[in-house]
Design a protein around this ligand. Sequence first.
Ligand SMILES: C[S@@+](CC[C@H](N)C(=O)[O-])C[C@H]1O[C@@H](n2cnc3c(N)ncnc32)[C@H](O)[C@@H]1O
Length: 252
Amino acid sequence: MSEIDLAKVELNYERFREFANNRDLSERERIGFPESYRAGYEEAILTDIVSKLEFRFRKGARLLDIGCGASPMTSAILKAAKDFEISAVMNDSPEMLSLIDEDLPFEKLPGRFPEVLDQALQMHPEGYDLILCYSVLHYIVLDTSIFDFIDAICLALKPGGCALIGDIPNLSKRRRFFASEEGIAFHKAFMKTDIPPEVKHFDVQRDAIDDAVLGAVVARVHANGSDAYVVPQPRSLPMFNRRDDIVVQRRL
Ligand SMILES: C[S@@+](CC[C@H](N)C(=O)[O-])C[C@H]1O[C@@H](n2cnc3c(N)ncnc32)[C@H](O)[C@@H]1O
């Protein structure tokens, strides 16, 4: 177990490279999650990903996993891809990719997305049927233009292809939840307190993703000739009450 407070540290691509080299971190901690946030939830997360990307209709497809990490979740995705006869290209830093269990087949695309878009398309010029980018977008906004990132995902997809940009913390949703009765009860039980959470609706939180950002991403995808939807997470997921997913279906 690490001595790093994962709730407080600001994570970006470079920091994750350091984490990948830190042997004191567990497999889940090195991708930024305290054990309790992921352990026991990976199967439910996988079920949701397989359903939203419709793996069962995608035999023979090629998947690009952007910011795939190297944890039990990564191995579970590779196993599901193999079971559904989907080939996988895994993208992350070279340090993170070197930690993925190589028992299952996959190709490596090392480097920061979207800088590696050209390499991704050199590897497979026809593009990708499926793209997964799970629990990554909130780190992207710290380093990269979110629109450039979304454009690159649209360009990497084949027409008819589908992307899941998942597990996005939505500040607006979080505030609505913690202002609700359900959210207040959740906070009291989780924090073991009788004091309700303080919700500051108009505090400026720089770099946070909110309804406005998600709406702008959807509008950008529409402008690129594709469909996009903000969709909820099932209750079986650990942060369903404050995170959203975006599903992109490339049309043109
Ligand atoms: C919170 S982890 C999520 C890992 C995995 N997708 C999952 O949900 O288990 C974020 C991952 O994104 C990677 N990452 C961050 N920025 C990236 C970028 N611009 N391009 C590629 N990978 C990136 C990090 O190295 C890290 O492994």
